[in-house]
Structures are given as structure tokens and as C-alpha cells.
Design a protein around this ligand. Structure first.
Ligand code: UFG
Length: 324
């Protein structure tokens, strides 16, 4: 298929591009390089350096590449920042998404895959969290993805655009050539690896008074390559289905302290840790029930254990100590 990947110079998008190409699809990347890296885009891939806020640029890219599908990764994605700057998220993420969706419909795109989030589940009644759980966004970031899921619902109902909303839990790990390089970095695993690399003195543990076994937050870490595979399966499944909604995680949770311990094991570095107050907006526990995507699409994550995920990240960060 011909797939336009927005955010294809970013962390998860660039791995999706790699996997799509390996699966034989023709790919173009649309990215403003605000957070993405030019080096993460394969020189053989058509690259539109442009902003989704620029509707004319979106129309031009869709007219010239003429994709039959879109994977939409480009967005602001920090829960904490979205609490500080709600309108950046409620505005840009939503308006940019509408520009893309409307243009997609006008240019005859048939299938659309949205990067959605576990931040739709702020107050889960049942853990692990299945697709039956009520959607209660936990932040302006989560709300922006909730809006986009709803906009896609109506794009499907009124204009026939087929879509999949894939709700990632905690994306982690790296491939041999694509890794996690944010500036500033806020994510747990790359921050701990910076300690192992001697770039940071210690890791701050944001709160140890949560209602969990060791008091620190529990998350479900899923490898980026496994996320990318889920996108490819969803893309194919949209041939038969109008809409798909899946929660993507490994189905097991690790506390912040357990993640620190795993990085100690993998890197052999002592990783000093210091407990600080909680970070605003962090739910105590997010674990996915991903049985639906496994049974319906045959999704079979290749990195089911945290150690192999951390090892893949450690390999990339050692090879790229200063990022791309
Ligand atoms: N944490 C620390 N210290 C740090 C950084 C993080 O203790 O220096 C903790 C956080 O409090 C949290 C856990 O480590 O409990 C994971 O934090 P991340 O920032 O790595 O990831 P989040 O769970 O906050 O967010 C990620 C994505 C979001 C997505 C969310 C869905 O970044 O886009 O998962 O669960 F919405």
C-alpha cells in the first residue's frame, strides 16, 4: 500500500516507517522536524518537511504522493506538559488532526490509523484495561486524542473513512537503527539510561506513596517494533473492517523501582535513585488488556519481557550517546 506517515521522523513513527518498508509498503514521511530528526528518515523515502497546521502543505503532499492510507503519529504527546499548556494540546493536536483527516477524505484516502493513548483511561474500573473500559481522558493530551477518535468516528459515519485507533501504553525500546531521542527527555527508561551513560547523576523517582506494591507507579512497557507491527496488522485488517479500537500493551506492569532495577541488571551500573514528590497527572497503575488485538489480528509481541526491551534501548543509546 502507499502510506503517508505523519511524525515519521519521530520515535514511534520512524520505527513504523522502517517496519512498513520491510513489509513491502511504499512510504512517505510528513514531519515538521519540530521534535523529529531528519537523520531518522531514510533518504530513500519521500519526505515532506511541513507542518500539519498548514492546510495547503497537507493538500499538496496528499495530492503529490496520493497515499491510500495514513498513519498519524505527529502530535504533542507529553501528559505533564499538557497540564501546564492545555491549549497547545487541545488546539494544535486537534486542529492539525482535522486538517489531515479532512484533506485525507478529499484526496480519496481509504484507511487512517491514529496514534491514541492509554491516557484515555484515567479512572479504570478494571485492570488490566480492556477496550470495554469507559473513556475518561486523564489530561488535555488524552482529551486531544479522545477528540480525534470522535472526529474519526464521524469521518467514518459521514464520509466512509476507515480507521483504527491504537491506544499505546508505554512505548519503549529501540531498533538497531531507530531510537528514542527527545529534547528535553522526560521518559523514564531513556532518563535512567542517561544515568548509566554518566550523563545524569541520578534518576528521580516521582513519588513512592502510590497504592501499589512498592509505592511507585506501575506502567505497561511495550516495544516500539511491536507497536509498529500492530499498525501494519491494523492497516491490513481495515480492508475488512470499518473501524477498529485496540489497547496495545504487554499486559504486565512494572513499577518505577522495578524498571530502575532492570536497568541496573542490564547495564551493570548502580543507578543512584532519589525519591521526589509525585508528578502531576500520573495515574498509579496502567496495564493493558490486549487480548482483543491478539485474538482478532494475531498480534504477537516479540519483546514480552522488560529486560529485552531495556536491552534494545541500552544498545541504541550506547551506539548514539548523544542521540541522532
Ligand atoms: N517517572 C519517574 N521519573 C522520571 C520520569 C518518569 O519516576 O524521571 C515515572 C513517571 O512518574 C511514570 C513512569 O515513570 O510513573 C513512566 O513515565 P514516562 O514519562 O516514561 O511515561 P508516562 O507514563 O508518563 O507517559 C507515556 C507517554 C504518554 C502516554 C502515556 C500513556 O509518554 O504519551 O504513557 O500511559 F500518554
Amino acid at each position: 500500500m502507499k502510506v503517508l506517515v505523519t511524525g515519521g521522523a519521530g520515535y514511534i513513527g520512524s520505527v513504523a516507517v522502517e517496519s512498513l518498508r520491510a513489509a513491502g509498503h511504499t512510504v512517505a514521511v510528513f514531519d515538521n522536524l519540530y521534535m523529529g530528526h531528519r537523520e531518522a528518515v531514510d533518504p530513500e523515502v519521500t519526505f515532506f518537511e511541513a507542518d500539519l497546521a498548514d492546510r495547503k502543505a497537507v493538500d499538496e503532499a496528499l495530492a503529490s504522493f496520493a497515499p491510500d492510507s495514513i498513519m498519524h503519529f505527529a502530535a504533542y504527546s507529553l501528559v505533564g506538559e499538557s497540564v501546564e499548556k492545555p491549549f497547545k494540546y487541545l488546539g494544535d493536536n486537534v486542529v492539525n488532526g482535522i486538517n489531515l483527516i479532512e484533506s485525507a477524505i478529499e484526496h480519496g484516502v481509504e484507511r487512517f490509523i491514529l496514534s491514541s493513548t492509554a491516557n484515555l483511561f484515567d479512572e479504570p474500573e478494571t485492570i488490566p484495561i480492556s477496550e470495554k473500559e469507559k473513556l475518561i481522558p486523564g489530561s488535555p493530551y488524552g482529551e486531544s486524542k479522545f477528540f480525534l477518535e470522535r472526529i474519526l468516528h464521524w469521518a467514518n459515519r459521514t464520509k466512509g473513512l476507515r480507521y483504527a485507533a491504537l491506544r499505546y501504553f508505554n512505548a519503549a525500546g529501540c531498533t538497531a537503527t531507530r531510537g528514542e531521542d527527545h529534547d528535553p527527555e522526560t521518559h523514564l527508561i531513556p532518563l535512567i539510561l542517561q544515568v548509566a551513560l554518566g550523563q545524569r547523576e541520578n534518576i528521580k523517582i516521582f513519588g513512592d506513596d502510590y497504592d501499589t506494591n512498592d509505592g511507585t507507579c506501575i506502567r505497561d512497557y511495550i516495544h516500539v517494533s511491536d507497536l509498529a507491527q500492530a499498525h501494519i496488522l491494523a492497516l491490513e485488517a481495515l480492508k475488512e473492517h470499518e473501524t477498529l479500537h485496540y489497547n496495545l500493551g504487554n499486559g504486565s506492569g512494572f513499577s518505577v523501582k522495578e524498571v530502575v532495577e532492570t536497568v541496573r541488571e542490564v547495564t551493570g551500573h548502580p543507578i543512584p535513585a532519589e525519591t521526589t514528590p509525585r508528578r502531576a497527572g500520573d495515574p498509579a497503575m496502567l496495564i493493558a488488556d490486549s487480548r482483543k488485538v491478539r485474538s482478532e489480528l494475531g498480534w504477537d509481541p516479540q519483546y514480552p519481557d522488560l529486560k529485552s526491551i531495556v536491552q534494545s534501548a541500552w544498545d541504541w543509546h550506547q551506539a548514539h550517546p548523544n542521540g541522532y
